[in-house]
Design a protein around this ligand. Structure first.
Ligand code: ADP
Length: 718
């Protein structure tokens, strides 16, 4: 009797055995339906045991026609589960997110013209037949032809139209890699050539595409993709982006280059689109997929190349549910797929740089901007020396530069990574700070919606008229600026200027993003005031002044990557200026003009900064020179949280090269009523930290009401 182990997309420790009924033949990776308790579940055949005793096992119910999971995909799932210290079913759940894509349907009925022409071919009928040369739904046909449904029915009866049934999910149009490309600069051509060579040779080859902002990394990607499509006509390419806001621009450039819209995968496409993408990816027909981090878990039939744009971006790290870093997992997936992977950035992460320096990744350099564009000139505004006026946030130096830019009919970007009007609201009588009821965070004032909002949980309330603690009327004051407040200040200063805010509040979906970006590109906006959403990717040729309102924001807090992140963010933002023939400049407001990251920006000396940052991190064994993990405990009461933390502490065992700090409440000690405790774990590179964490986790139990989660390579320390 044949028995198979079936992995289910559930947090179970292992795959379950089922007997294969005589009418089925099953192989590794087949997608099947099996009984579990009272229900039927979808799972994947993880092992086949040909001659086993299956007499006391339940039988597999059925097999889906959907293609079997490739060996590379199965290996990747097992690897990710082990590395992330999570049950493999949890990773499988990321892959099996579109169960509707497994079956054959849905189908739609369409009308299409036959070769038969009715004798009485009046004008209306002829129009209907003309519109029905391609299959079209009946209702839509009547509508476009401007006739009643009776005429369509009559033509069907006469045999001049026939009805066909067609799957709703059509294949994506194949991209044409032979369409003419823009001529590449020598540097671009060299980089694309080396990537293409690796794709042709096959096997795992990782690259770092290290190119300053505006150097034309996208053109290199396009050329590399074209070469991959040609060299491996049956294989697929995945492009990962950190931010949905960037997809539209990239999709448009791929469309232009290959004459077909690529498949997309991100949270903003609907279920039907996801089903189509999933199905076409699994079948190997979707050749180019552009997506956010979870696209990494699509069931590609065979990948030849992965591109990770803005690889340094911390949005690639997912911090809830399955905690993974999409860049790191993409490298792992490329390894199993024996694919080429290109990590592109103007400010590569320390992790990636270290890999390039050690020779594990091949480094491709684009050291200057494309064409005549020059990198912007960066200078600091010392806020101690040139402070803004009372209750204002723009220093006279920045205001002056803005006036000059507006006079020259050029555009301005003011950057402040804070949504809303003011980050804190407090009572000037009693000092009470407005806080979320169940979360340890200050409420952010939003003037446009006139609400106080918790950005962590989405909780919001109307701004009260009086202080809820002391009752003082008019006691509540807004402290500090958000983008709305900067917009108010700019409007006051430059009443004639067209000023807009670009944040996730004003551009909440790709369409809104596209609209705002379009207006900026067409010169309909003079001053754009934005959060990190504007920092990346966009290309505004007439933008010549970037003002950073508060460079010090990211420097606070206990994050070991604070300096690196500030550097990356600010050089991305500054990089928006002067991307065409007009030179750009960036003015950065700070209280710490001596800060190394800021000095490096002014000097344009990235490498000196990285060098200093490396030495600092290497000295304390911080990532990427050592490994890090976090263990989080969440409970409904402080007592339960402390008891679970104690149990975890008691289960700790000494291990060479491993250090554990905690338990301690993290800065956000409560989220939605959940009390939090945290351990931070650091080890040397040689230690298998995943194995240590797994062994530790097995060593203690907590009540069902307590949540324990492990975060390998944590990026958030809140
Ligand atoms: P990056 O992603 O490296 O910041 P982009 O790919 O956005 O840079 O390119 C910057 C600008 O230069 C864009 O406007 C792009 O169209 C232009 N550009 C880059 N390479 C070429 C090329 N080979 N031919 C024409 N224009 C190019």
């Amino acid at each position: 009797m044949a028995v198979v182990s079936v992995l289910l997309p559930l947090p179970l420790p292992e795959a379950f055995d089922y007997v294969v009924p005589p009418e089925l033949t099953l192989g590794l990776g087949d997608v099947v339906e099996v009984p579990l308790g009272q229900n039927l579940r979808i799972g994947v055949v993880w092992a086949v045991k040909p001659d086993s005793d299956g007499s006391n096992l339940k039988p597999v119910k059925s097999r889906f026609d959907s293609p079997a999971f490739s060996p590379a995909l199965r290996q990747f799932i097992d690897f990710a589960a082990r590395y992330l210290v999570t049950p493999p079913g949890q990773v499988l759940a990321m892959v099996l997110r579109q169960p509707e894509a497994l079956g054959p349907g849905p189908f739609e009925r369409l009308a299409v013209a036959t070769s038969l022409r009715p004798e009485k071919l009046n004008e209306a009928r002829a129009r209907v037949l003309a519109y029905a040369q391609e299959p079209i739904p009946r209702a839509a046909l009547a509508k476009v032809a401007g006739v009643g449904s009776g005429i369509v029915t009559a033509l069907l009866k006469l045999g001049a139209l026939e009805e066909i049934e067609r799957p709703v999910d059509l294949p994506f149009d194949p991209p044409d890699p032979h369409l003419p490309a823009r001529p590449l600069s020598e540097m671009q051509a060299d980089a694309a050539h080396l990537i293409a060579k690796a794709v042709r040779a096959g096997g795992f080859s990782p690259f770092l595409l290290d190119g300053v902002t505006g150097s034309g990394k996208t053109e290199v990607y396009l050329e590399a993709v074209a070469q991959a499509l040609i060299a491996r006509p049956d294989e697929q390419v995945l492009v990962l982006l950190p931010e949905i806001a960037l997809t539209q621009a990239i999709v448009a450039r791929f469309e232009q280059r290959f004459g077909a819209t690529p498949a997309q995968w991100h949270s903003d496409i609907g279920a039907a689109q996801k089903r189509r993408t999933w199905r076409e990816v699994a079948a190997g027909r979707a050749r180019i997929v552009i997506g956010a981090r979870s696209a990494l878990f699509l069931p590609f039939a065979k990948l030849s190349m992965i591109l990770v744009d803005e690889e340094h971006d911390s949005s690639f790290k997912q911090d809830d549910g399955l905690r993974y870093h999409a860049r790191d997992m993409a490298v792992a997936r490329a390894k199993f797929e024996q694919a080429t992977i290109v990590l592109g950035s103007a400010t590569p992460s320390m992790e990636t740089r270290l890999n390039a320096e050690a020779g594990r990744y091949q480094r491709l350099l684009l050291s200057s901007r494309y064409g005549v564009a020059l990198l912007p000139e960066v200078s600091l505004i010392d806020l101690k020396e040139y402070p803004p006026e009372r209750d204002q946030w723009l220093s006279p130096v920045l205001v002056q530069a803005m006036a000059e830019t507006l006079k020259a009919h050029e555009q301005i970007l003011l950057f402040l990574n804070r949504r809303g009007y003011a980050p804190v609201v407090l009572c000037r009588k009693c000092g009470h700070r407005m806080k979320a009821p169940d979360t340890e965070s200050w409420l952010v004032e939003h003037k446009y919606s006139n609400r106080l909002v918790c950005h962590l949980t989405g909780f919001s309330m109307r701004k009260p008229d009086a202080c809820p603690t002391c009752g003082a009327a008019d006691g509540l004051v807004s402290v500090g600026p958000g983008v709305e407040r900067i917009a108010a200040e700019a409007t006051e200063r430059f009443p004639g200027a067209r000023i807009e805010i670009f944040s996730s509040d004003t551009a909440h979906n790709p369409q809104a993003v596209r609209e705002l970006v379009g207006r900026m590109e067409r010169g309909e906006i003079d001053v754009l005031i934005g959060t990190q959403i504007v920092a990346k990717g966009h290309n505004f040729p007439n933008l010549t002044l970037v003002g950073v309102v508060d460079a010090d924001l990211g420097l606070k807090g206990g994050d070991p990557r604070a300096g690196e992140r500030t550097y990356q963010m600010l050089s991305q933002v500054a990089g928006r200026a002067g991307r065409a023939d007009r030179p750009g400049r960036a003015l950065i407001q700070t209280h710490y003009p001596d800060n190394e990251a800021l000095q490096a920006l002014v000097m344009g000396d990235r490498d000196a900064f990285i060098e200093a940052e490396s030495l600092g991190r290497a000295a304390v064994g911080a990532p990427p020179f050592g490994r890090m993990a976090a263990l989080h405990i969440m409970a409904q009461t402080d007592e339960a949280a402390d008891a679970a933390a104690q149990a975890a502490s008691d289960a700790l065992f000494p291990a060479d090269g491993v250090e554990v700090w905690g338990p301690a409440p993290p800065p956000l000690a409560m989220i939605r009523g959940w009390r939090r405790r945290r351990f931070l774990i650091q080890s040397s590179k040689e230690v298998d930290l995943s194995a240590f964490m797994a062994a530790w986790r097995r060593g203690f139990r907590v009540p069902g009401s307590v949540r324990v989660s492990i975060d390998m390579d944590p990026y958030s320390f809140l």
